[in-house]
Design a protein around this ligand. Structure first.
Ligand code: F6P
Length: 508
């Protein structure tokens, strides 16, 4: 996969005239062009990119880069199950988990799903005794997706209460076990590799908690979610409770696989199936919609325009819905672990910035904390807003009207600004971009669509820059050094690090 020289086109993108948003809104067709509604399985979702600086000129240059890098061919390769993750020598088959793409991969995923469904339904039917809670132990991609989905969708009426534990800090496990009864709790050990220190240490402590709580056979309460079933069995999990998934499903793309077991357990199988179907609908849109109508490509083009031509080093995401409060941290891993790279897929140093820093929070809270910088700071930070028309509670509808008014007001204010007269401290420059995703209703299908939309948006950015978004070697060095540090007689480190170890009382 040799790098393609697109430098002249990126330079052309930088050199385009930069009309402001007010001028761009002079085009009466702008709303038709940049605000589209997709009819998705969970209901209509509005993707409004009109308040960004996308224009026909910008899209034309990015379209030429897409042609140069053969974005269409790369997309086909992704869905066909070709070895698109070249640095690790494998395909990326998360779409097959939703039944889209390579038929053999989709068939294998369906078989794994059947196995998972069997266990989920057996638990719901009481065949494993009374199960009131599940402690799901995993980290990174083995935790962030389930945490988001369960927090968003299973706040009420969860079939089984799920507690997600990721951090090695025992305080995380302590908080979870406090809410559970050992007699009615299952443990899910979620690890693609089944080698991750945090997860295995937490899992052993959870088993110990079960044992101390009177459970005679703690291993009998463990379900393993992994692409390394042999390792799970060797660790002590009974083969009947190992739910495998394919090696070709990347960690941060794995919530559609058996890593989604806690989602299915909390929502029921129909809920999980709806989640997959919502994602599949976006897969189809991404494959089928022409570039000009493709909301995924449009979003990626806007992202690229800001990082590549307007010097934006960060991108902010704000969920104006409490149920989506974990979306920013989910997207952080998806985008930063995928596209935070310094070389292209063939190892050539990137001549351009890669992924911006993704950060964000929840509205309206964030307005009272960080929005000052968005409105008046010196950085230009494109913002995404997420909102849902139908509230997730039965309190006075005023709550939701005020919430949505605040969300839309922020986008409008960032764009219009306001002159401060002779008081510059009160001057809002405006012309600050935002996009808004407005869902009718937040159910499993809609959440699936939102997540798949971001997966493909990240993929498009990666392809345009020539990055492999499916590896993550950057996380390995720190892991290896932590292991070396924690071993007796292990490696010596720099003076600062050695002093920290000594000050913390860590003997080696
Ligand atoms: O540290 C990074 C990472 O490899 C993530 O990509 C992954 O989701 C996470 O660790 C957990 O890995 P595993 O599922 O193998 O335990």
């Amino acid at each position: 996969m040799a790098s393609i020289d697109t430098s002249a086109l990126w330079a052309a993108l930088e050199n385009l005239p930069q009309p402001g948003l007010a001028e761009l809104f002079g085009d009466p067709a702008r709303m038709d062009r940049y605000a589209s509604v997709l009819d998705l399985p969970g209901g209509p979702v509005r993707f409004d990119w009109s308040k960004t600086h996308l224009s026909a000129d910008v899209e034309a240059v990015l379209g030429r880069i897409a042609d140069e890098v053969d974005l269409t061919g790369r997309r086909q390769a992704l869905f066909a199950g070709e070895m698109i993750n070249n640095t690790e020598g494998r395909a990326a088959t998360h779409c097959a988990e939703r039944g889209v793409g390579n038929p053999a991969a989709a068939e294998e995923a369906a078989l794994f799903h059947d196995r998972m469904r069997g266990l989920v339904e057996a638990i719901h039917e009481g065949l494993l005794g009374e199960v009131k809670s599940l402690i799901h132990i995993g980290i990174g991609g083995s935790a962030l997706g389930p945490a988001l989905a369960i927090d968003a969708l299973a706040r009420e009426d969860a079939r089984v209460a799920v507690h997600i534990v990721s951090n090695i800090d025992g305080a995380a496990l302590a908080a979870a076990v406090k809410q559970c009864d050992p007699a009615t709790t299952l443990i899910a050990v979620a690890s693609k590799t089944f080698t991750t220190t945090e997860t295995l240490v937490n899992a052993l402590s959870a088993l110990e908690w079960l044992r101390e709580g009177g459970v005679e056979d703690p291993y009998g309460r463990v379900v393993a979610l992994t692409a390394a079933p042999d390792k799970a069995v060797a660790w002590g999990v009974d083969e009947t409770r190992v739910l495998p998934f394919a090696e070709t499903v990347g960690g941060r793309y794995s919530l559609w696989s058996s890593i989604g077991f806690p989602i299915a357990l909390a929502l029921g199988w129909d809920g999980f199936a709806a989640f997959l179907e919502g994602a599949a609908a976006i897969d189809r849109h991404f494959i089928e919609a022409p570039t000009a109508e493709n909301v995924v490509i449009r979003a990626a083009f806007a992202d690229l325009y800001y990082t590549q031509a307007r010097g934006c080093a960060s991108r902010a995401v704000f969920a104006y819905d409490e149920r989506l409060r974990l979306l920013p941290s989910y997207l952080q891993q998806l985008e930063m672990e995928s596209n935070g790279k310094r070389v292209t897929a063939d190892g050539t140093p990137l001549a351009r910035p890669s992924a911006p820093v993704t950060w964000g929070g929840v509205g309206t809270d964030a307005q009272h904390a960080v929005f000052q910088l968005l409105h008046q700071g010196t950085h230009l930070i494109p913002v995404d807003f997420f909102a849902v028309s139908i509230p997730g509670h039965d309190f006075d509808p005023a709550h939701h009207r005020i919430l949505l008014a605040n969300c839309f007001a922020q986008g409008a204010a960032l764009m219009s600004g306001k002159a401060g007269g002779d008081n510059m401290a009160r001057d809002y420059p405006g012309d600050r971009p935002s996009a808004t995703i407005l869902c009718d209703e937040l159910g499993a299908a809609t959440l699936g669509s939102l997540i798949a939309f971001h997966e493909h948006r990240t993929f498009v950015s990666a392809m345009m820059l020539g990055i492999n978004p499916f590896d993550q070697f950057g996380v390995e060095l720190g892991k290896a050094m932590a292991k070396a540090m924690d071993s007796e007689g292990g490696d010596r480190f720099d003076a600062s690090t050695e002093a920290l170890l000594a000050a913390a009382g860590i003997d080696r």
